[in-house]
Structure formats: C-alpha cells, structure tokens
Design a binder for this molecule. Structure first.
Ligand code: FO1
Length: 330
C-alpha cells in the first residue's frame, strides 16, 4: 500500500499509539484527515494468541476509536457489546479471564481468516479498517510484521503482558520490561513504503499519550524505527501520559514510581529525553502541569494545553492544536 501525497499539506502526520490514550488521540485526529492524512503506528507488544486467535489490543483499540465504535468507558473493545460467546465458553470451563465480546470476536475471526489466506499484519489491518469504515486519510499500521511480545519482570517473576495487565491488574511491582523478539524485528514495510512516498516532504511525528514502557517502548525499540522516523521528521512531538502526577488510565505513574522515577510530567520528559536522545523536539503537557515548566531547563521546548480528552470536543481541540504546532518547523 503506497501513500499518494499530492500537496505539501498532504504530508502525513505519523502517530505512535498504544493503550487507551493513544486510541483517543487517534480518534481525535481522524476528524482532521481533510487537513492532513494520518498514519497511526500501533504497538504490537500486547498482542497474544488466545483461543487460537491472534489478539491485537492496541491495534484494535485504534480501529474501533477511529471508526467511532470504541467502548469509551473501558477504553478497549466495542461499544454496545454482548457476551454470549464468552458466557458459553465459561459454561464449558474455557478461559474467560480475557473478555472478548461477540462483536469483537467477529473482528478476530475475520483477522484469522485473512491471516490464514497469507495476508500480512498490515494488510489484515487495512482490510479491517475498510470494513469498519475507518475514515479516509487515516491509515493504521502495526509497527512491525515480526513477533514482539512485551514481558513484565516483576518482584514475583516474569509475566506475559496480558497476564500482568489483565490477570494481575498491574499489581506486582515492576522491575523491568522485556520486548521478546524485538532484536529480530524491523519497521513494517508498509510503514516504510508510506514514508518513502513522502520523499521530498518531511513528515511530523506525534508520540501519543501512551505508556512509555509498555506501549511506546515496543515501537521505538524496533531496530531502525527511531532513525527511520527521526530521519524523515520535521518535528517530533510527545504528549505526556502523566497529568498532575497521575496517569488517566493504566499503570504508567505506578511503574515510574516502582522504577524510582518521579511520576510527573517533568519526570516523564527527562526519562524519555534520556532514553531516546535527540528524538523529541516538543513536549506537550496538560494545563494542570503548567506550574512545573520552570523546573526544566529552557532547552526543553515544553508546550502546555488541554490534553485530557474527556469529551470528543476536547480531543478535537487537541488534534487541531497539534496540527498547528506541527505546521511550523522547529
Ligand atoms: N483489558 C482488561 O483489563 N480486561 C479485559 O478483559 C480485556 C479484554 C480485551 C479484549 C480485547 C482487546 O482488544 C483488549 C482487551 N483489554 C482488556 C485491554 C488490553 O488488555 C490492552 O492490552 C490494554 O488496553 C493495554 O493496551
């Protein structure tokens, strides 16, 4: 799938996404595709085999969010779900710890059918995007075609991601995170083809308000990904998942504390800047952290705005604001 860009303003915005925060930002940006096409690169470290199906939670959350079908309260799965199959599985003493709704299962069965036909992950995701009516100009591409699986090293030993996240509700203290298979992974060829199509115009990159350890780590850790994005980007913007010392959803703040890092927007900024030197140009914090901007050296380009996408209107405001920030070279 090659990207057809015809006007400077048609240069894609590339968004890296994982978890509920990334999906919400992708949904907000899906309203702006008339101004700029958007490529959402999704984390696959949460993916796993379950009931003989390949489950791709962070990709599916973006597919549902951008097509207006996400259950906004849960932040995953489809709204208006029913659970007949799950109940029947439970009735036959099958695994029901990972809640797959009936409509969600339809997507998993169609993905399994496409994979069995030999379609790659990017191709399957494109088919599902079309069938879910993801808006024109919005392309969802899993970060790599290879298998990368996040494993969480906790005080109780190593846990597979979903065992930690769903099975144990993120309770065990995290000591380290391992991305199994990432050394053999490479950026998705479909992503590189889309980026190559913008050969004489720079893209802009936005790191969504996603968990840096569990969602962005498995994307940015793919050999070559950082240089492919940095080498093509006019501006790289990162949106903080930590607001007022807390993560709106998920364990990002808890993990930072467990790793001895300050669970704050400055703490997140300085950790990311150290982990990926020279990658991010502009740091976006929520209004709630405006008073902390002065705690960082002036060399950090920190911008403050409303980042809590509690209502679709706020999300769209953030999306427009990000397009504005990205329209000016650093
Ligand atoms: N998260 C849960 O906490 N409990 C679940 O039962 C659950 C089921 C589920 C099914 C499909 C799907 O796409 C996501 C699901 N999630 C569930 C979220 C999943 O654990 C994601 O990995 C997290 O959203 C973190 O990205």
């Amino acid at each position: 799938m090659v990207y057809a860009v015809d006007k400077p303003s048609q240069v894609p915005l590339v968004v890296l996404s994982g978890g509920g925060g990334g999906a919400r930002l992708a949904a907000a940006l899906s309203k702006c595709t008339a101004q700029r096409p958007v490529i959402v690169v999704t984390n696959i470290g949460d993916d796993f085999e379950h009931l003989g199906l390949l489950i791709c939670p962070d990709t599916d959350s973006v597919l549902y969010a951008t097509s207006g079908k996400l259950d906004r309260d849960r932040g995953w799965g489809r709204e208006g779900e029913s659970w007949q199959v799950l109940d029947a599985i439970q009735g036959m003493a099958g695994p029901s710890w990972f809640q797959l709704g009936d409509k969600d299962l339809a997507l998993h069965l169609l993905r399994a059918e496409q994979l069995r036909k030999g379609c790659d992950l990017a191709g399957v995701t494109q088919v599902l995007s079309e069938r879910l009516d993801v808006p024109e100009g919005m392309t969802v591409i899993p970060a790599t075609e290879q298998s990368v699986r996040t494993r969480v090293v906790t005080e109780e030993g190593e846990l597979a991601f979903q065992e930690y996240f769903v099975g144990r509700r993120c309770e065990p203290a995290l000591r380290d995170v391992v991305y199994e298979g990432i050394g053999d992974a490479s950026p998705s060829p479909s992503l590189l083809a889309a980026l190559d199509a913008c050969v004489d115009r720079p893209i802009d990159v936005v790191l969504g308000p996603s968990n840096p350890f569990l969602s962005l780590g498995p994307i940015l850790g793919i050999p070559g990904m950082l240089s492919e994005l940095r080498g093509r980007a006019r501006r790289v913007v990162a949106v903080s998942p930590i607001i007022g010392g807390r993560a709106l959803k998920g364990p990002a703040a808890k993990i930072m504390t467990e790793l001895g890092l300050p669970a704050s927007a400055p703490g997140w900024t300085q950790w990311l800047a150290k982990r990926y030197p020279g990658f991010v140009d502009t740091w976006v914090w929520d209004d709630a952290d405006r008073g902390l901007v002065a705690t960082l050296p002036d060399s950090y380009d920190v911008r403050v705005t409303a980042t809590v996408m509690s209502e679709p209107g706020i999300g769209e405001g953030l999306a427009d604001w990000l397009l504005e920030v990205c329209s000016v070279a650093p």
